[in-house]
Structure formats: C-alpha cells, structure tokens
Design a protein around this ligand. Sequence first.
Ligand SMILES: [Fe+2]
Length: 353
Amino acid sequence: MWRSVVGLTWKIPKWILELFSWGKSFKNNPLLGSHLLNRCGLHVARVILAHLLFRFRLILLSPLVSSVDRRAFIRNGYLIKRDFLSPGEFEGLSRELVNLKAPIREIIEGTTVTQRIFMDSNERKKAPFFQRLYSNKRLTRLMRYCSSKNRPPLFYIENLCNHANVNPRPDPQRDLHADTFHPCVKAWLYMDDTSDNNGPYVYVPGSNRLTWKRLKWEYRQSLESCRRGPERTPGRYWDGSFRVGAEDLTEMGYEAKKLYVPKNTLLIGNVYGFHCRGSAMKPSHRMTVWMQARDNPFNPLFTPFPESTARVFEWVWKKALIRIDQRKTKGGEQRNYYGALNRTDREESSSNT
Ligand SMILES: [Fe+2]
C-alpha cells in the first residue's frame, strides 16, 4: 500500500506537468485520458493553445525564410525543395551513406524493415559530406523557421527495405495519421527517387490548419481515446497519434496527395497534418536523411542560441536513446547492430544468384 502511495505522490505532479508539455498519451496519463476533463474540452484547449503559440513563434522567426516559402508552409503544411544540393555534393553524400558503417537500429513495421542511424557528432566525424549537410545554412534556416523553435533538428539516416523477407507486424506508418496534437516538423532529404514501387510520402494538404470541422473531429477523437479496458478496440492507437479514416477525411473536406519526388529533394512536413508512408508495390528501398525537431509546444519563446541548443538536445537525446534501446531490444521490438545499411533488393539478390 505504502508503495502505491509513494508511487502516486511522484506520478501526480508528473501527470500535471505533462499537461503543459508535449505529453500526448491517453493511455499512460490518466489526466490526459480523463473522460470528464476531455468532455470539458481539455484536449481541444491544448490543440488550440499549441497552434496559437506555434503561429506566434512563426511570426517572430519570419525573417529566416522567404515570404513565398512561409505562405506555402502555412497553407499546405509542407515545403518541397527539389535539387537541394549541388550534383557533386549529392553524389558524394549518396556514396558516403551507402558505404557508412555505424550503429544501426532496425525495426519491423508491416513487411517493411526500417533501419536508422542516429547521426550524432561522432558519426558525423566519419562522414564529411554529411557534416557539410548538417552545417548547410539554407537547411538550417528552413528548419529553424518551420519547427518554430529556432534550432537545427536531430539527424538520422533512414533506410526502408520494402517487402523484406520478414514476418509481418502491424504497420502504423501506412495509415493516415497526425503524429501528435501540436504542430511540429519532420524533414527528409531523399537519396532515392520515389514512386509507387518504393512508396512515396502521402500528405493531406491543408490538414495542418485548424478548422471548425477539424476541431470537432479532435473533440470526438479525444473522447474515443478515453475508453478503458475491454472497451479499447484492439488495433486502435491510444498514444495520441490519431488515425483518420477515409470518411472523416472527406467530411473535413480534405484529400490525400502522393508526393512523388526525385532524389535530392528536401521535403519538410508539419506532422500535425495528416500523413502516412505510401504503399510500396515492389521489394525496394527508400533511403533518406531524416530530421526531426520536436519541442515543448507551450513554450511561447524559442532559443536565442540555435547551435548550442541543438548540441544540448543531441546530447540529451543520445542519453535517452540508451534507455529506449534497452527497452525495445529487450522486448524484441528492435535489433541493434554495427554495420552498413542494406541496399540490396530481394529481387536483385535472387536474380544475381
Ligand atoms: Fe507520422
């Protein structure tokens, strides 16, 4: 009994603090998952406040990017920059990433094997082309603005092996969803051309903006997510990344779009907008430099020191990854090993042998 009292004494302040942070799990936090509080509008209030503060920070950061880019990002929820690097830089980077040997984290989603390398300062030392991309001023300015947090993102290399020879698991990435309740960005520099063969990124243009219909949908979803025990439908997601069905999408006046982009394209997406990984028709690969910048949405301000703050975030995230790795590898969810990314298609390898 004492143990549960002590546990609660520690947990209650944590749950309250989470209300004012990026906390989003209806399952793990009983305040966020409270039917009564959400009936009174807790979730919707968090959504509105987070969006107002996001727009406020964007106004302050507007000198960082052109008005054309600002308007496109706010209107559509994403920015596309083709031929982002010079041909020489892109070829060099491409060669470097294919040959890079580094710690790989591998997970299975559906029939896709996802391999990721966290490109911290140690890994960047081994990869001069990557280090130049990391310091690319144009990229930094775009990410500082779009994240609304004025800091460069965390960098990964992500390699998708579509239709790899694995036992399929549920694939949360193939359903249209919003990552969380507040605007935040992820970005990809494509190292491969995208097509229906390797699965393009799918985005619902305009779904990053709050409308009355979207707010009503958010309210309904928040009540649905408060269900407990056997009322929780298996296969549904209770972590606050709401999935959206075709009917609801039409009801809100949205239409999904496949973003077919050639290699050397930079795509920055506000992942509050609905998005998913498009279906891949063939065994194939899709490699990207993947970036993300998520921060407390309720902090009205941003750092005045972009570079040093990015270094602190990288250090903290590296520590957090150790704990996450331990949990995931222990549960059999993830495999960690040292080596190079897999770039050989099964079709290619079988025809080669
Ligand atoms: Fe997502």
